[in-house]
Design a binder for this molecule. Structure first.
Ligand code: ATP
Ligand code: MG
Length: 287
C-alpha cells in the first residue's frame, strides 16, 4: 500500500481556513493551495486535503469520505455525528453565547423562560435549556442571527462570540456562555492500520508544534551564589543547563518555561538575582 494517503477535510474559506493551512505548514507539510481548488495533495507527506464548508466536515468524516478533519468543537457537538475526537488544535477559540437586547434587565437564566431564541445551534441550545430547566422556543436560522431581536424575530439569540463587537454593533449584550470552543482534530472511528499509522505521524508533529508554542527558551546570567535559587525556579525539560561565563563567579543558565506562568517565573528570576534575561521562541519541541 505505497500509495495510501490520509484524507483530511479542512474549511474551504472562513475563520478556520488560514490557521488550518498554517498548522500543516508548521508540521512541515507542503500543500499547494490554488484558489478555488476543492482538493489537493501534500507533496511531502501522505495526505490529501479536501476543502469543505465547516458544517459538512463531521458528516464527511463519519461517512469516511474524509478520514480526519480540522473543525470547530461547536460544529462537532452540534452535528453529533459518529466520529472520534483526537486532539484539540489550539486555534479558532471562541464561545457560543446567549445574548439579549442591551436595554433588557437580566438577572438569571430564568429570563429565557417561555422566550424565543434564534440560533444556528438548535441542539446545543436545547441541551443548555434542558440543563437549566428552561422552556423556550428555539427558532433555527442559518445566518445573520444577531439581527433577529432587532427585527422582532426572537427575544434572544445564541451565536458564536469572540470579541463581542458584533453583538455590540447590533445592540445586544452577552448573558450566558453555552460552550467554549476551539478547533479540534476528529477522525473516522474505523480507520485501518495503515491510516492510523499516518494519523499518528501527523499527530506527533501537531503535538510538537503545540508544545513549542506553549513554551519559551530562556537564557540568563547569574552570580554563582544565586544558582541554587534560580535552578529551583526553572525546572527545564530535564534540568537547566549551566555554563560558566568568561567572567569568573558568573554563569549562564538555559532552560524552557511554559507560557502559562511566564511572567511569574520571569519576575521571581529577577528577584533572585538573574540578569540579562533573554526569551526565545521555540520552533518545534520533541520530547
Ligand atoms: P462555512 O462557509 O465553512 O460554513 P461559517 O460561516 O459557518 O463557514 P466561520 O464564521 O468561518 O463559519 O467560522 C468557522 C468556525 O470558526 C466556527 O464554527 C468557530 O468554531 C470558529 N470561529 C467563529 N468565529 C470565530 C472568531 N471570531 N474567532 C475565532 N474562531 C471563530
Ligand atoms: Mg458553516
Amino acid at each position: 500500500m505505497d500509495y495510501m494517503k490520509l484524507k483530511l477535510a479542512i474549511q474551504k474559506s472562513g475563520r478556520l481556513h488560514d490557521d488550518s493551512i498554517k498548522l500543516l505548514k508548521e508540521c512541515g507539510i507542503d500543500i499547494s493551495n490554488g484558489a478555488n481548488k476543492l482538493r489537493t495533495e501534500a507533496t511531502n507527506f501522505p495526505l490529501e486535503v479536501f476543502f469543505l464548508r465547516d458544517d459538512d466536515i463531521p458528516q464527511y468524516v463519519e461517512d469516511g469520505v474524509a478520514d480526519i478533519g480540522f473543525v470547530g468543537e461547536n460544529v462537532v457537538y452540534e452535528k453529533n455525528k459518529k466520529i472520534e475526537i483526537v486532539d484539540k488544535l489550539g486555534y479558532g477559540r471562541c464561545r457560543l453565547s446567549i445574548a439579549i437586547g442591551r436595554g433588557q434587565k437580566y438577572e438569571s437564566v430564568q429570563y429565557l423562560q417561555n422566550r424565543k431564541i434564534a440560533t444556528s445551534y438548535p441542539l446545543l441550545v436545547k441541551e443548555f435549556l434542558k440543563k437549566n430547566n428552561i422552556n423556550a422556543e428555539i427558532h433555527e436560522i442559518s445566518g445573520s442571527v444577531e439581527i433577529a431581536p432587532g427585527i422582532g424575530l426572537a427575544d434572544a439569540i445564541c451565536d458564536i462570540v469572540s470579541s463581542g463587537s458584533t453583538l455590540f454593533m447590533n445592540g445586544l449584550k452577552e448573558v450566558e456562555t453555552v460552550m467554549k470552543s476551539q478547533a479540534i482534530l476528529i477522525r473516522n472511528p474505523a480507520l485501518k492500520e495503515d491510516e492510523l499509522k499516518i494519523l499518528h505521524k501527523l499527530l506527533f508533529r501537531i503535538q510538537s508544534v503545540k508544545k513549542a508554542k506553549n513554551n519559551k527558551y530562556v537564557l540568563l546570567n547569574a552570580p554563582n551564589d544565586k544558582l541554587d535559587a534560580i535552578v529551583k525556579i526553572l525546572p527545564g525539560m530535564k534540568s537547566p543547563t549551566i555554563l560558566p561565563l568568561a567572567e569568573s563567579g558568573w554563569s549562564s543558565v538555559h532552560s524552557v518555561i511554559s507560557e502559562n506562568d511566564f511572567w511569574n517565573v520571569i519576575e521571581s528570576l529577577k528577584a533572585n538575582g538573574a540578569q540579562g534575561i533573554l526569551i526565545v521562541p521555540i520552533e518545534k519541541m520533541i520530547i
